[in-house]
Design a protein. Structure first.
Length: 758
């Protein structure tokens, strides 16, 4: 019952992001579409309406963040990269607020490379001659005298998968059988261990890799799949009884009771008993302890089939190209749905996501650790028998993280810190300065000037406020005012800030290095306008940087002159947040979480915290932020921003330096501190990818598009959709096309292909 309750009311969400490529120059735009899906089919919660997408630097700090509002069941958006980024690998991350109730690994994250103006020193190259072998008995353990299956994985000291062949040997020198990897450094072997003996795998040089010792107690599970039927062998030791269970993302169901008497019990279950996706056999004792477990994957026999047909594709600049996307059931019945389509130049064929929406939602989002090329297991161009054999090895070796049974059983904390974000809301406090007394008898006024919205409320007694059911775009200014109070009293409103994920360093995938990714052949006949190719070459092998990037704040003072200083910092420095009195660097500030389950949690007193405070320096003097929060950039003479502490002025979270134009602006010194001005993170105003149509007479300068087409919402009606676009001026073929989408019944589909002109 607890598992079903968890599936219904606590089920995590999954987020997948399809973006156009995985290599950019600083200042370029990342085009993406996000999807949000329930992890459990039994969830009774409404899906989140807002998605956060951001880019993190090598220190795990956010350099740019956007918020996307759902439209037509999709989350299309873009991230405009700052032009002052250094060359290196970055993390692109996406999540809903509901996902922040789970560990960071549940958030979508992937690696991208950005070519910037400063060349990063190459990290020291490591030798990959040494290998490590990890062993994974089929159900967690094996026993002497019982036929046993052992999975294993071989990696080098960079964490990359390595092919291996050797022999299984016993401690008395007997060679039992050859062992070898069959896919991505993974393999398996079966044998009958003898009591009192130990075993190892030896390589060609004679080096031994010992197996873990056999178990003396516990249970064993073995699974064989033949013609759609599942044969499960189970046995246990120690006396008493245990239960054989099967679970998926929705339910935990009993199969049978077994006796722990050392005798094998065999069960046969038809494929129709299981839900598609990852399933899990368990043997659980009477105390609820897991004695043995085995993951396995059930393919969806009704998974949509997506195909792409190029109906017209000429190898000439600016030629009109046409393609047809088709979507059908396995029996050929047409399906409706929608998808996103990205098309990039051939130079970028090695800079693509290794995942797809089908493989991510059904596989890589649910398994622990890194999976190398997860789309392989769903690629229709690879024989299914070959994919299934590799997938079963993966199930033996990678653990399942959905869900933690110990927590569900009541031995863990499932405190809900964030609700599902269906509408925007603001939270904060009203205080009497340093007084701990709860404010009384005041007027609380909330205003959104550009929406001509104003609400006020007479408050008899209260400290905490929640303003919900809001709908506001990015750069929306907001005001909260506390009315005049008798006898000189003053109350001060404070905003809690945006509830977004904190900084986090994600480990790069094994072997994900500039050396390996840039070793692919390059074209030498590209036009001079091929700046991305030039950047990649010089960033890795050249003596000098060809491209130079750098933010000119002087230019920004003109470009964004009508923006307030707070608006500008909110957009260009997403790690900064303003609470109405002070500016903080969220990546260095102590995080405080509130429970949505209890108002008393929200009302807990919090002591002042100076960590992460950003200092404002005006004309070489430190000033209060609230005195300048409404100053506009057109009133500034100079502006400089640092996200690190200054050796002179300090500032744990950074320093912002400004000088004012001659002639005043002293009105900003006199703002009433009971008036709170702030700019929360609003949802992104829709932006559209510019794709010139030369066949319609449109005329552009030299066309050097790296992304030829980005179409985030392609509707498939009656099983078909037509795509049209024009080639760029650079004849960089073949094109790389990625299609990610959902059928009308909620089933995901992916199609990745490389196409050449006629």
């Amino acid at each position: 019952m607890r598992f079903e309750s968890y599936s219904a009311w606590r089920s995590p969400e999954k987020v997948y992001l399809h973006y156009d490529r995985s290599c950019y120059t600083a200042g370029e735009t990342i085009w993406f579409r996000g999807w949000v899906q329930e992890a459990s089919a039994l969830s009774l919660l409404p899906p989140s309406n807002f998605l956060y997408a951001e880019v993190l630097d090598q220190r795990g700090e956010v350099v740019v963040r956007v918020k996307i509002k759902q439209t037509n069941d999709a989350f299309p958006g873009c991230i405009e990269l700052p032009d002052n980024l250094e060359t290196g690998f970055y993390t692109i991350r996406a999540y809903t607020l509901w996902q922040l109730n789970s560990p960071d690994d549940y958030l979508f994250n992937d690696r991208i490379r950005i070519i910037g103006g400063k060349k990063k020193e190459d990290s020291p190259k490591s030798s990959s001659s040494d290998i490590a072998i990890s062993f994974w008995p089929e159900s967690g353990r094996y026993f002497a005298g019982q036929s046993s299956v052992i999975g294993f994985k071989v990696v080098d000291n960079l964490g990359r998968s390595v092919d291996f062949s050797g022999f299984l040997v016993s401690d008395d020198g007997e060679t039992l059988e050859p062992v070898l990897t069959v896919h991505d450094g993974m393999g398996a072997f079966s044998f009958m261990p003898e009591k009192g003996k130990t075993y190892s795998i030896t390589d060609a040089s004679g080096k031994k890799y010992p197996l873990p010792p056999s178990s003396q107690e516990g249970a064993l599970l073995q699974l064989h799949i033949r013609q759609g039927r599942y044969y499960i062998s189970a046995l246990g030791y120690g006396g008493g009884a245990a239960s054989l269970l099967v679970r998926d993302a929705a339910e935990l169901r009993p199969v049978s009771n077994i006796d722990l008497d050392g005798k094998v019990s065999t069960f046969v279950i038809d494929n129709s008993f299981f839900r598609p996706g990852i399933n899990h056999f368990l043997i659980v004792d009477s105390g609820g302890q897991i004695m043995a477990e085995r993951l396995f994957f059930v393919r969806d026999t009704q998974a949509p089939l997506c195909k792409l047909e190029m109906t017209s594709f000429l190898p000439t600049p600016r030629a009109l190209t046409e393609a047809v996307v088709s979507l059908n059931k396995p029996d050929g019945t047409p399906l409706d749905g929608d998808c996103s389509v990205s098309i990039v130049r051939g130079t970028l064929k090695n800079w693509q996501q290794s995942d797809g929406i089908a493989s991510y939602m059904g596989l890589s989002s649910e398994l622990k650790g890194n999976i190398n090329k997860p789309y392989y297991y769903f690629d229709p161009d690879i024989p299914e028998k070959e994919r299934d054999a590799a997938l079963d090895l993966l199930m033996m070796i990678q653990g399942w993280r959905y869900y933690d049974l110990e927590k569900i059983a009541g031995r863990g904390d499932f405190k809900i810190r964030h609700r599902r974000e269906l509408a925007q809301e603001l939270r904060g406090t009203v205080s009497g300065g340093r007084s701990s007394k709860i404010p009384e008898n005041y007027t609380f006024t909330f205003m959104i000037p550009n929406q001509k919205m104003m609400h006020y409320l007479k408050v008899e007694r209260g400290r905490y406020f929640i303003i919900d059911s809001l709908d506001f775009q990015e750069n929306t200014e907001m005001l909260i005012n506390i009315g005049k109070l008798p006898r000189g009293k003053r109350y001060f409103p404070n905003w809690d800030g945006d509830p977004v994920a904190g900084s986090h360093i994600y480990k790069p995938a094994p072997g994900y290095s500039a050396e390996t990714r840039l070793a692919s052949p390059t074209k030498n006949d590209l036009a001079p306008g091929d700046t991305l190719q030039a950047a990649i070459i010089t960033a890795s092998y050249g003596d000098d940087d060809v491209l130079v990037f750098g933010r000119s704040y002087r230019e920004d003072l003109t470009t964004y002159k009508e923006w307030t200083l707070i608006e500008y910092l909110n957009v260009t420095k997403p790690m900064f947040e303003y609470d109405g009195d002070n500016m903080y660097n969220r990546n260095r500030r102590r995080s405080t979480s509130f429970s949505d389950e209890s108002d008393s949690d929200f009302g807990a007193d919090e002591e002042d915290d100076d960590r992460g405070r950003v200092r404002l320096i005006v004309e070489d003097n430190e000033e209060a932020w609230w005195s300048y929060d409404q100053v506009r950039l057109e009133d500034l003479r100079t502006l400089s921003i640092a996200t690190q502490a200054d050796p002179v002025y300090g500032g744990d979270g950074g320093v912002v330096y400004i000088t004012l134009k001659p002639g005043g602006l002293h009105r900003y010194y006199d703002r009433d501190p009971s008036l709170l001005y702030f700019v929360p993170l609003g949802y992104q105003v829709p932006r559209y990818f510019e794709s010139p149509r030369y066949d319609r007479g449109e005329d552009y300068g030299y066309d050097t598009r790296n992304t030829i087409l980005w179409a985030p919402e392609v509707v498939i009606d009656g099983g078909r959709a037509t795509i049209e676009f024009c080639n760029s001026d650079i004849p960089d073929f073949p094109y790389v096309i990625r299609i990610e989408g959902m059928a009308a019944d909620g089933r995901p589909f992916s199609r990745h292909c490389i196409v050449n002109p006629e």
